[in-house]
Design a protein around this ligand. Structure first.
Ligand code: NBP
Length: 435
């Protein structure tokens, strides 16, 4: 075993494997370890000729790294992270850096940060967004932890992160649990985006549009101010056909959505801080209701809705739904950013909201054109009270509100559930109410 590899990664599941290949492709030598050794052996065997070194014991893994050691954990969030830290602790030396790149709860990260720093080690809780593809080609990275770790980690993080306009999609978020906290909010916002897209789909479908027609609408939205990864892949998903039956895949997929926890954590944190995130709240609750498939089926034949069908000119409906979607999306981000601002101030994290929106422009699931306007908003006014009040967003909201109201009214009239669009409108109207 050599003792000078640049970087070490523990946890060779989908995220870990792809991150390792990304790091290696940027010119770093990487040591890898996985609890089940056969995974390590198979991974290294699949990639001959790369600067990868597999270790079958943690002691060999640690011994193969240059100091200060940089050890990234990509294991399942929760107890596995603590278990690996306990095993690593006796093997590491002062100033070595442990990075947790999983979706850990930020309070766990704070606990681990305090524990490891008392042992003379440095801990970085880093949110990594972009799924498997992002991990391989360039994720958005949200690292927290002490500033001293940023200087050490910056060359690696900047090399592997996605790039937009030449800028890497990574900044030092703040001390302690700040990185994982911001990743949590990112995921809450992602829930909001996905729910709003579902509601737009439900409205277009209620107007009798086929999946191909809807795909064309999403494609055209992706060419405009709604340009984003999620809108783009919605069009793609709508065009997918089942190879056996030839039917659209979306019509065959069981309409039940689960959740892994980050959305729920965001709601709990908002309640604890008395911040309104009604759009994200509606999105999480919509997933809960969607998961109650048998209860919904039973109720569908007993609880009545209005008679008749959605009878609106399709072209006009598409334009109205666009406005409702765009305005509601702005509200969702306004709420997520408000929560980040509130917590950032409470914790003294010094969060750079404009910078955070900037690193979400590439690599991550919520990447979107309009994030650039959020960065500009906070660059123009660091004390901005709410995103809605930045001139660009005020203009969009004022211009969209008529169509947005019409969509919510139509949906209510037709019994189409639009919990996130209507919660967003309720927030907008409450916030602008002087009395
Ligand atoms: P998983 O979350 O499925 O975790 C599997 C890995 O954890 C395997 O390497 C497994 O080793 C290891 N592990 C477990 Br489980 N318990 C362990 C223990 N007690 N000690 C040591 N290792 C243990 O992997 P993933 O989907 O690649 O995600 C990794 C992290 O990244 C998670 O926190 C996830 O939430 C986060 N994340 C995932 C995505 C995504 O798209 N998948 C996106 C963004 C963030 P084994 O092989 O021996 O069982």
């Amino acid at each position: 075993m050599t003792a000078n590899n640049d970087f070490g990664l523990i946890g060779l599941a989908v995220m870990g494997q792809n991150l390792v290949l990304n790091v290696e492709s940027r010119g770093f030598s990487v040591s890898v370890y996985n609890r089940s050794s056969e995974v390590t052996e198979a991974f290294v065997a699949r990639h001959p000729g790369k600067r990868l070194q597999g270790a079958l014991t943690l002691a060999d893994f640690v011994a193969s790294l240059a100091r200060p050691r940089k050890v990234m954990l990509m294991v399942k969030a929760g107890a596995p992270v603590d278990a690996v830290i306990e095993q690593l602790l006796p093997l590491l030396d002062k100033d070595d850096i442990v990075i947790d790149g999983g979706n850990s709860l930020y309070t766990d990260t704070e606990r681990r940060d305090a524990y490891l720093s008392a042992e003379g080690l440095r801990f970085v809780g880093a949110g990594v967004s972009g799924g498997e593809e992002g991990a391989r080609k360039g994720p958005s990275i949200m690292p927290g932890g002490p500033a001293s770790t940023w200087e050490v980690m910056k060359p690696v993080f900047e090399a592997i992160a996605a790039r937009v306009d030449g800028q890497p999609c990574v900044i030092h978020i703040g001390p302690g649990g700040a990185g994982h906290y911001v990743k949590m909010i990112h995921n809450g916002i992602e829930y909001g985006d996905m729910q709003l897209i579902c509601e737009a789909y439900a409205l277009l479908r209620a107007a009798g549009m086929s999946t191909d027609e809807m795909a064309d609408v999403f494609d055209s939205w992706n060419d405009g101010d709604l340009q984003s990864y999620l809108i783009q892949i919605t069009a793609k998903a709508l065009r997918q056909r089942d190879p056996v039956s030839g039917q659209p895949v979306v019509d065959l997929i069981l309409d039940k959505a689960g959740q892994k926890g980050t959305g729920q954590w965001t709601l709990i944190n908002a309640a604890e801080n008395a911040v309104v995130i009604s759009t994200i709240n509606a999105a999480v609750e919509a997933r809960v209701l969607s998961s109650m498939k048998s209860a919904r089926l039973a109720a569908s034949s007993r609880l009545q809705g209005p008679a008749g069908a959605l009878d609106v000119d399709r072209k006009r409906l598409v334009a109205l739904v666009h406005d409702a979607l765009y305005a509601s999306k702005i509200i969702s981000y306004a709420q997520g950013l408000d929560l980040m601002r509130t917590m950032g101030e409470k914790k003294g994290w010094g969060l750079d909201l404009g910078g955070i929106a900037g690193i979400w422009r590439g690599g991550c699931i919520i990447r979107a054109r309009f994030l650039g306007h959020i960065t500009e908003a906070w660059r123009a006014d660091a004390g901005l009270a709410n995103l809605m009040l930045a001139p660009f967003f005020t203009r969009v909201l004022n211009g969209s509100q008529a169509g947005w109201r019409e969509v919510v009214a139509l949906a209510v009239g037709q019994g189409i559930a639009v919990p996130a669009m209507s919660a967003s409108l309720g927030y907008y109207d409450s916030y602008r109410c002087a009395r």
